[in-house]
Design a protein around this ligand. Structure first.
Ligand SMILES: [Zn+2]
Ligand SMILES: [Zn+2]
Length: 1010
């Protein structure tokens, strides 16, 4: 079968018959299962990671639909944000914000909008091809005016409660991109660099004494406002190079050589001491330049005195808040000193280090300098060094909602469970206020207007509100149009919008209500879909979308907006490396689809490991999924199709109620598969559901049931045996199609369509039929299969082909009752004539006594050898008497003097597994050799008939270079099996002649068609 082609046909069928739409409509009015789609961005090609999320979502949604739920599926697109802008900057060759503004915000945003949907077609195609059913015709899109309006509403709600505010925050900042980076972005760009670190003296006011501080970022000294010491550590005043210097005692010992200690005291005692500023470019608006205490001061490096610049350090900023220190911010958005910074004005901060060091040296304030190697963060996009920078930003006061977040997390079921109290809890426990605003262009505009005259601020919560206040609204709510909307202030001044847009994570965090344009419309839909039952994305969304959703829904409704969250592992390459666009270490999904099909990829992704574990993806694995599972299933189905067509079997007309034993067994097993899949899907253990299905199909259905039943369908008459088999296979396959439909929707559809003429995806998931379960029979069959496996293993060990019949197998089992019903199956499968069950298999084996020379030697010294000889020739019963006579002397014998070995008798071989012991008779009797040889001949002739393309009913004459007695008594058997009219025992002369090697013997067979 050409698998990918079959899938294309199914896609066509789905499209023509609107099966997706019907599958949803059919469930209207049923209980809902609410799914919320995490919106991807279509400005990059979809890769295997996206295929994984789409596949897993699809399985769950199809399964729930088949279980009777109404499962609406709205697609979504995430459209705003810096990644889009960066991409467009690259395309347009723009290097910074100034160039963007010169290019024009309107044109720039137009490009962004176009770029966002650059690969929409590729995304749609991938989504369709992988079989993910989602409504792509009516998606929610975060750039829509109505979506933006809903986001505005939420911001106004926060504003009304005082949770949307303006503040400072020290964040890693890229001066090139002109924007802050989130912590996970920073983590991507560390490099080892060598910077100048310096020791600087700060003169204490009114004294000729200095505080010695150490810094690795000299340029931040411009903004120094305090020095911090550890309150509990010891500090010393020393005389060093003729000066009085203060630093930590521990640090003095490790960095200085000759000095004289003048005084020792705790850091606490330095608190409040004022010093003279190094630089005074601006007059601060608050008290500063004094010693404060902070526990983060370390004794591991530096001097134990830390210079504090709240504008340029996170810890510094915290100290600043605590002591109400001023923020001296003399650096602009491009990382250059502002004009207030005098002689430094216009310089990029990192480049100013040298001049500042020089300046301090001239003034005699530099105590020393050293190169300092450390890890420093660079921008992952543009490779500029980042600076830590206090920027004004708009915040959402999430830290005030911390307890609510914790409470709402309790209501969420996380898969895997450990995220709930692990990674996610850790994150929300330390939740910070959400730095919401971005000084950028392509995003939801922050709806805050400020009066130029009286500085009054208002937040706009709807389009109508804006229109009422401004008299008009723009056609497009994005920049620059929204910036042109001015509002008249009550003071008579003019209000202008602040220039910021908001974090795109906030946009997608609003999806659960903004997709409905709530609260302006669709209140009922919103209420009916809140909270969602199920969301599912890659694990890296834990601090991304999973958080932003919970944050926004906690803020607005103080409830979680999702009940179950399934996180998926990352996709890796064959060697376990992360996939990357740079390394191109992955196969394009489209290539996989056209080579192996979507089902193969789906099955591999679903069955290989738990959804939340990383997945290695490579061609061979997908190929194996195709050949090991899908094609096995297809072969079983083809077998059924071929023979039932030949026999014109019609289930409605011909089905029988009574079934043969093996038919009842496979039906019973099928019920267990349904049970297992239901149980596993309840907990999203999709891989276990898949394994149950695969084991059933490969192991039980194909390797056991079909193999054992083949011959039933070869007979020509229409008997009970056959009808029972067809009825069973029909039931098995049509049920199986429904079981696999959510996982591998194409082949499920193909089989079901052919059998039933309707779409499997409009069906219900199979329900367990208790009456078909027969535990006892399953147990018997399990034992029969185990016994068969042991016997086959023993044959293989001795190199005896299954075609050679063996006389008997003696078997004992620890447990397991009557196997009479399945004995014939075992005989047939193992080609053993007789199966005998016994209580104690050791009775059928030889017991051999082995003397223990070590123990005998200790007791009887030189007589030990003779005694040992006697022991080994003694029966076990006799030994149990406890004495032995040697050279007329009686010796005491105890159990440690010998051990009993149990061995197969000549001509037998022993095997054991899980408490089943088998003794297989492998002696070849003359008649068995003849029978086995006859079977070998039959197989060769059948092979040759096939090579001659003979039809079943065509008769032949066989010539063969053996004597008649080689198949004595089996000639008729050979003739019947091979449809031969005559066998001539001679060297073949004409016809189709072939030479064979049968057990090292040269056998020549010739065949003539009659
Ligand atoms: Zn950058
Ligand atoms: Zn005003």
């Amino acid at each position: 079968m050409n698998y990918p082609k079959m899938e294309e046909e199914i896609l066509k069928y789905w499209n023509e018959h609107e099966i997706f739409k019907k599958s949803i409509e059919k469930r209207k009015g049923e209980k809902k299962f609410v799914f919320l789609e995490g919106p991807p961005t279509a400005n990059g090609m979809p890769h295997p990671g996206h295929v994984l999320t789409r596949t897993v979502k699809d399985v769950v949604l199809r399964y729930k639909t088949m279980k009777g739920y109404y499962v609406a599926r709205k697609a979504g697109w995430d459209t705003h944000g810096l990644p889009v802008e960066i991409e467009v900057e690259k395309i347009l060759g723009l290097k910074n914000k100034q160039e963007i503004e010169e290019f024009g915000i309107e044109k720039f945003n137009q490009e962004c909008k176009k770029n966002v949907f650059k690969y929409e077609e590729a995304w749609k195609e991938m989504t369709k091809r992988v079989g993910f059913w989602i409504d792509m015709e009516n998606p929610y899109i975060t750039l829509d005016n109505l979506y933006i309006e809903s986001v505005w509403w939420s911001l106004k709600e926060a504003w009304k409660r005082g949770l949307l505010y303006r503040g400072y925050r020290v964040t890693p900042y890229c001066p090139r991109c002109g924007t802050t980076l989130s912590s996970h972005e920073v983590a991507q760009g560390y490099k080892e660099v060598e910077d100048d670190s310096i020791f600087v003296k700060f003169k204490i006011k009114g004294k000729d004494e200095f505080l010695l501080a150490w810094t690795t970022t000299p340029w931040t000294l411009i903004s120094n406002v305090a020095l911090a010491v550890h309150p509990d550590e010891l500090y010393v005043k020393i005389e060093y190079n003729g000066e009085k210097i203060i630093l930590a005692e521990a640090r003095a010992k490790s960095i200085l050589k000759e000095y004289r200690v003048l005084d020792v005291f705790k850091g606490m005692e330095l608190k409040g001491i004022e010093y003279e500023p190094l630089y005074k470019f601006v007059e601060p608006d608050k008290k500063c330049w004094y010693v404060v205490t902070a526990v983060f001061v370390t004794m591991d490096e530096g001097t134990g005195i830390v210079h504090i610049a709240p504008a340029f350090g996170e810890e510094d900023y915290e100290v600043g808040i605590k002591y109400d220190l001023p923020v001296v911010q003399l650096v602009d958005n491009e990382g250059k000193f502002k004009k207030e910074a005098g002689w430094l004005s216009g310089k990029f901060v990192k480049d100013a280090d040298k001049e500042i060091i020089e300046n301090l040296k001239e003034r005699g304030l530099l105590e020393g300098e050293q190169k300092y190697r450390h890890q420093y963060p660079f921008c992952w996009r543009c490779d500029s060094p980042l600076i830590y920078y206090a920027i004004e930003s708009w915040f959402i006061g999430m830290s005030k909602l911390r307890d609510n977040l914790l409470k709402n997390n309790e209501e969420i079921k996380w898969y895997p469970e450990n995220l709930k109290y692990g990674r996610f809890l850790d994150f929300i426990k330390d939740v910070r206020d959400w730095a919401l605003s971005r000084k950028r262009y392509w995003g939801t505009p922050l709806p805050i207007w400020v009066c130029e005259k009286c500085k009054k601020e208002i937040c706009i919560g709807s389009i109508k509100e804006l229109k009422d206040l401004a008299g008009k609204i723009p056609y497009d709510l994005h920049r620059p149009f929204i910036d042109e909307i001015k509002i008249k202030c009550e003071c008579g001044g003019e209000m202008k919008r602040v220039e910021e847009v908001i974090d795109a994570w906030y946009d997608s965090g609003c999806a659960f209500f903004a997709q409905w344009h709530y609260p302006f419309e669709n209140e009922e839909e919103f209420m009916n879909n809140f909270p969602a039952d199920f969301i599912c994305e890659a694990i890296d969304q834990t601090r991304g979308w999973f958080y932003s959703l919970l944050a926004v829904s906690t803020l607005l409704f103080d409830k979680t907006c999702y009940k179950n969250v399934l996180t998926l592992g990352l996709i890796l390459d064959e060697k376990g490396q992360k996939m990357s666009k740079k390394a191109r270490n992955y196969i394009e999904p489209s290539e996989i689809f056209s080579k192996y099909g979507a089902d193969a990829l789906r099955w591999y992704l679903l069955s290989s490991s738990p959804p939340w574990q990383p997945k290695r993806i490579y061609e061979k694995a997908i190929k194996d999924a195709l050949s090991q599972f899908l094609l096995t299933l297809w072969n079983v189905y083809s077998f059924y199709k071929t023979y039932s067509n030949l026999d014109k079997f019609d289930y409605e007309r011909d089905f029988v109620k009574e079934r043969k034993l093996i038919d009842r067994w496979i039906l019973s097993r099928l019920q267990k598969v349904i049970m297992e899949v239901d149980k596993r899907m309840e907990e999203f253990e999709i891989h276990k559901a898949c394994r149950a299905i695969e084991d059933f199909v490969v192991d039980e259905l194909s390797n056991w049931y079909i193999r054992l039943c083949r011959k039933r369908f070869w007979t020509e008459e229409q008997n009970f045996d056959k009808l029972s088999g067809y009825s069973t296979l029909y039931e098995i396959l049509s049920t199986l199609a429904r079981i696999i439909a959510p996982f591998v929707p194409f082949i499920g559809e193909k089989i079901y369509l052919e059998m039933k003429g309707e779409s499997v995806h409009l069906c219900d998931f199979p329900v367990v039929e208790e009456s078909l379960i027969d535990e006892k029979l399953e147990e018997k069959m399990r034992l029969a299969r185990e016994i068969t496996e042991i016997i086959r293993g023993l044959r293989a060990k001795k190199n005896i082909k299954v075609r050679y019949p063996l006389k008997e197998a003696i078997i004992s089992m620890e447990e397991g009752g009557e196997l009479e019903e399945v004995i014939n199956l075992i005989k047939e499968e193992t080609n053993v004539k007789n199966i005998i069950f016994v209580e104690n298999i050791e009775e059928y084996m030889e017991k051999k006594v082995k003397a223990n020379l070590a123990s005998l030697g200790k007791k009887y010294k030189k007589d030990a050898g003779n005694i040992a000889n006697l022991i080994e020739n003694c029966s076990v019963e006799k030994l149990k008497e406890g004495k032995i006579i040697c050279n007329g002397k009686e010796y005491e014998i105890s159990e440690e003097d010998y051990r009993i070995e149990i061995k197969e008798k000549e001509g037998y071989i022993f095997g054991e597994k899980d408490g089943i012991k088998v003794l297989l008779n492998i002696t070849k009797s003359e008649e068995l050799i003849v029978e086995g040889f006859a079977r070998e001949i039959v197989r060769r002739i059948q092979q040759m008939r096939k090579e001659m393309n003979l039809e079943m009913e065509e008769k032949i004459i066989v010539e063969i270079n053996i004597s008649r007695d080689r198949i004595d008594g089996w000639e008729d058997y050979v003739k019947n099996e091979t449809r031969s009219k005559e066998i001539k025992y001679c060297l073949p002369q004409d016809g189709y002649i072939k030479e064979w090697d049968i057990d090292d013997e040269r056998i020549i067979i010739g065949i003539k068609k009659i």
